[in-house]
Write a protein that binds this ligand. Structure first.
Ligand SMILES: *Cc1c(COP(=O)(O)O)cnc(C)c1O
Length: 517
């Protein structure tokens, strides 16, 4: 039986005591003063605060206990199955963390003389080469700090291409299928395009007739995920590429989840001009709750000129930073990207080797199809789209029938799954599936764990049909029960920082005091 710890843990601002300190290394402050004088005096007066910032003051042991308690109330991929579809939560081998946090990597500074950081520059140079090979593209930029950031850079690249061809005022439309990840239309809009949505057919493929109709001399390009978010590989990809290219548009590949195609097919060979990949998903960096990530993009030879600066170059002897790219879209982030994440990817690819990566693809596809075959036997669960077809790394099921017959919805099933010590799958995505549960087991989990997941979902289905209130009121074994999601996201009640929380609390108190008068 699973029971999560339930500490009544205050926020860190409510802990500690004024003047309390953590680790103080004796003599360091004197040493600094001797070397550079009073550090405060080095700051221009207008940048100095009048009052010190309001920061928590705690001893080391208080900090350690605080975060250990919080971690015990959390769930992570090191604890068990994390079948979040599209997000690729695979186990992250610790050797990669060791590499990224080794002092020779972690303690260098991007403003150091190039000659003193040849090692890291070489790693970044080689990693770009590997990623170009994996995706079948000509050149890779490691700069974007997330998938969505890569999409933004990719769509900026599209703009730059059409602009150079004096074609930008005409080409204002970006085509995105209705099964796409929400970041696709968002990135396209941010880059200044109008998004045109094309529907999927009964197999989850892009509807070719609708695509032909949507394409015109206004088409800047198409953003596509393949395998798509249903886990289905787009069979007509060559034809789609032809339609877009003949219309003068570019093809963008959302490669957030490369798991199923590693070593099998390459987006560049499918006809894509721009590809982003999510390093944190496919190449094993612990992520979640918004980071950390890296979303490099690879482009065709023709588009290489637009990649952001600086680029890491190699002159046969030395690695160097290249700023001399007149057609570049410019800078989109600090230095060369999120290096800690990139280092982990380097370690991961190096330790897996080409054969290992291919095996990742095979096992992740095997696992997803095994789960799908077993889940569809469960009462109330249905498999929409592409009936009888194999899935790639993930599968989507619908509990619409269960909802109609028992009142238990996808969100309830997901919350109940938490009670068994398993992370919930992605829920209500893709939008084209009603009451959707999107499941991606990845290659990192054993058959016993997949069987346990099926067993748990089976149990929940039985509960839904016999005692639905159990499922409707879940979770009960977690650190925190059912959250009020409306309150959590309403501007009136949402508090995103401690300061905001204090302000809102004071206001609430004033208001309720007012009511009593
Ligand atoms: C995760 C994901 C993205 C966005 O990546 P982030 O790193 O979260 O910005 C885009 N597309 C797909 C299909 C994804 O799964």
């Amino acid at each position: 039986m699973f029971r999560q710890a339930r500490w009544d843990e205050p926020t860190i601002f409510e802990l500690g005591h004024k003047g309390r300190r953590g680790h103080v290394v004796s003599g360091v402050e004197d040493e600094i003063k001797r070397a550079i004088g009073d550090p405060l005096k080095l700051l221009p007066a207008n940048l100095r605060r009048r009052k010190p910032p309001c920061l928590p003051e705690l001893s080391e042991v208080e900090v350690v206990r605080h975060y250990t308690r919080l971690s015990q109330m959390n769930y992570c991929v090191d604890l068990g199955l994390y079948p979040l579809g599209s997000c690729t939560m695979k186990y992250n081998p610790k050797i990669n963390d060791a590499l990224a946090s080794s002092p020779s990597m972690g303690m260098i500074h991007p403003y150091q003389d190039e000659k003193t950081v040849q090692g890291i520059l070489r790693i970044l140079y080689e990693l770009s080469g590997w990623l170009a090979e994996i995706t079948g593209t000509h050149e890779v930029s490691l700069q974007p700090a997330a998938g969505a950031h890569g999409e933004f850079l990719g769509t900026l690249t599209m703009r730059a291409h059409h602009k150079l061809n004096n074609d930008l005022t005409e080409r204002t439309e970006l085509i995105v299928p209705d099964a796409a990840h929400g970041t696709n239309p968002a990135s396209g809009t941010m880059a200044g395009f109008q998004v045109v949505v094309v529907p999927s057919d009964e197999n989850g493929y892009v509807d070719l007739e609708a695509l032909e109709e949507a394409v015109s001399e206004r088409t800047a390009g198409l953003m596509l995920t393949n395998p798509n978010t249903l886990g289905v590989f787009e069979r007509n990809i060559e034809e789609i590429a032809k339609i877009i290219h003949e219309a003068g548009g570019l093809l963008y590949y959302d490669g957030a989840n490369l798991n199923p195609i590693l070593g099998k097919v390459r987006p560049g060979d499918m006809g894509f001009d721009i590809v982003h990949m999510n390093i944190h998903k496919t190449f094993a960096t612990p992520h979640g709750g918004g980071g950390p990530g890296a979303g490099p993009i690879g482009v065709s030879e023709e588009l290489e000129q637009f990649l952001p600066i600086p680029r890491v170059g190699f002159d046969g002897e030395n690695y160097y930073l290249d700023y001399d790219k007149p057609n570049s879209v410019g800078k989109i982030g600090c230095f060369y990207g999120n290096v800690g994440v990139l280092l982990r990817a380097f370690g991961y690819i190096l330790s897996m080797g080409a054969e290992g990566l291919e095996e990742v693809a095979e096992v992740s596809v095997l696992n997803a199809n095994y789960l799908l075959q077993r889940l569809k036997e469960i009462r109330g669960i249905d498999v929409p789209y592409a009936k009888g077809r194999l899935r790639k790394h993930e599968c989507v099921v619908s509990v619409e029938e269960m909802f109609r017959e028992t009142g238990v919805r996808a969100v309830n099933v997901s919350k109940r799954i938490l009670d068994f010590g398993i992370h919930a799958p992605t829920t209500y995505f893709p939008h084209i599936v009603r009451e959707a549960l999107m499941i991606e087991p990845t290659e990192a989990f054993e058959k016993e764990e997949l069987d346990r997941f099926v067993e748990v979902v089976g149990k929940i289905s039985k509960e839904a049909y016999s005692k639905p209130e159990i499922v409707l009121n879940a979770p009960e074994n977690t650190a925190i029960g059912r959250l009020n999601e409306a309150r959590a996201s309403h501007p009136k009640t949402m508090a995103l920082s401690w300061r905001m929380h204090l302000k809102k609390r004071a206001k609430r108190r004033r208001n309720s005091a007012g009511h009593q008068n």
